[in-house]
Design a protein around this ligand. Structure first.
Ligand code: IPE
Ligand code: IPE
Ligand code: MG
Length: 251
């Protein structure tokens, strides 16, 4: 990014007065984007990857601290074998190719999901990404892969039981501490592209009080400006966490 562009995105960030610290994105609609153009679904996934690259770098420039994206759900294995294989290859290649750019941009990479069920080459590329960027201080980018919110809670419960915790001592904090990335704060804003009004098993525990934002356009068409629009909308929301809104806030 040029100095001018960087200055422009900084001034955009200034205009968004209450930035979400953590944004989660359900990157949906790659398949529909492709099929509506008579293209194979995998082309849609490839376009979605390009979108992710630009949205991540823009989020970093805006000063978003955490971005978590849903790349492959624990339920996506139900798709046809060629689509699953193609996705695994695409994500593996992306993890290898993008590491340098991530590192240069001070991005800290994390992963969420059952990594042990992924192809070895992909798992290794992801682990290398996490290790190489561990000390970076820019945006924390978490790739949710083979991720399911229910599976994550099951894994947490297994750990708690294995540790022999007294049931009466189990609290919400106990469970939060045993999730995949306990040091990452809960998402403030969850964006879903392609119009579906559901969570599809994404960040079930952490997203309890996230603000939801759905756009109709499919993920390959999502732009950095759309990310800013989501942040602007977030800044207008009144978060109550079960309490009563402060007097200064609108309803
Ligand atoms: C999201 O796009 C990407 C993954 C789930 C891997 P989809 O592939 O779900 O696209 P649609 O919903 O079929 O259009
Ligand atoms: C959620 O999208 C998973 C990802 C975006 C990776 P899906 O396309 O799998 O969700 P459903 O099947 O429409 O609920
Ligand atoms: Mg979908």
């Amino acid at each position: 990014m040029s100095v001018d562009e960087s200055a422009a995105s900084q001034s955009e960030a200034d205009r968004i007065d209450r930035l979400p610290a953590h944004i989660g994105i359900i990157m949906d609609g790659n398949g529909r984007w492709a099929t509506s153009r008579g293209l194979p679904r995998l082309i849609g996934h490839r376009e979605g990857y390009k979108t992710l690259r630009s949205v991540l770098l823009h989020a970093n420039d805006l000063g978003i601290q955490y971005l978590t994206v849903y790349a492959f759900s624990a339920e996506n294995w139900r798709r046809p074998e060629d689509e699953v294989d193609g996705l695994m290859q695409l994500i593996t290649q992306a993890a290898i190719d993008e590491l340098r750019v991530m590192h240069l941009n001070n991005v800290r990479v994390r992963v969420a999901g059952r990594l042990d069920e992924l192809p070895h080459s992909l798992r290794n590329a992801l682990i290398k990404g996490v290790e190489t960027t561990a000390q970076n201080t820019g945006i924390t980018f978490t790739l949710a892969i083979n991720y399911g919110g229910r599976a994550e809670i099951v894994d947490a419960v297994r750990r708690i039981m294995r540790e022999g915790t007294n049931p009466d001592e189990v609290t919400e904090e106990t469970i939060s501490r045993c999730l995949y990335n306990p040091d990452i704060p809960e998402p403030d804003l969850l964006i879903r592209t392609a119009g579906e009004l559901r969570l599809s098993n994404f960040l079930l525990w952490q997203g309890a009080y996230a603000e939801l934002y759905v756009v109709q356009k499919p993920w390959p068409e999502f732009t950095p400006e759309d990310l800013e629009a989501a942040c602007q909308e977030y800044a207008r929301r009144v978060r109550k966490f079960g309490a009563v809104a402060p007097r200064s806030a609108s309803p």
